[in-house]
Ligand binder design. Structure first.
Ligand SMILES: *[C@@H]1O[C@H](CO)[C@@H](O)[C@H](O)[C@H]1NC(C)=O
Length: 154
């Protein structure tokens, strides 16, 4: 093997192994640490498409939610990064807006709570303005919701 070939194989191998290791850090990975449930509700945007890491794309119409639960992993390293698309109609091809942010990370964990024994809940609401967080299922509208992100102006 030429040196160049060996070198490129090395680089490929390192990236490959890194990919396998990092894939294994995504939740759920344990059965005994803090339980969390994330619920994302679309309040008024005609059609939202959301993709969160390994969860695949989901469509949320007004009044609908997507929700999932998981447990904190051993290293407390869980993170869900989501990409949101705003479509004006079900047949729209081009999103009017799109934005990406973590719906669950070290900052959000503090807001959701850290109980080991009962479900820690993280609620998100989507409007035409942006993305609101609440740790209780407050109904809508309600002062419990706090705006965290807008669609455009980060
Ligand atoms: C999109 O589809 C949903 C459910 O299939 C329907 O309730 C909604 O009215 C549709 N929205 C538009 C803008 O056509």
């Amino acid at each position: 093997m030429s040196l160049l070939l060996k070198l490129s194989f090395c680089v490929f191998f390192v990236f490959h192994v890194f990919g396998i290791l990092s894939a294994h850090t995504t939740p759920p990975s344990s059965k005994w640490l803090e339980p969390y449930r994330i619920t994302i509700t679309n309040r008024e945007v005609p059609q939202v498409v959301v993709g969160c890491d390994d969860r695949g794309a989901e469509v949320i119409h007004p009044g609908e939610s997507v929700s999932w639960k998981f447990r904190m992993d051993f290293y407390g390293a869980n993170k869900y990064n989501c990409r949101f698309y705003w479509f004006e109609g079900n047949n729209s091809v081009t999103p009017r807006e799109e934005t990406t942010f973590p719906v669950f990370d070290d900052e959000i964990i503090k807001l959701c709570g850290r109980s080991l024994f009962s479900m820690n809940r993280c609620y998100w609401s989507i409007t035409r303005i942006g993305f609101y967080f609440s740790k209780i299922d407050a109904g809508w509208p309600n002062d419990a919701w706090r705006i965290m992100h807008t669609w455009r102006f980060e």
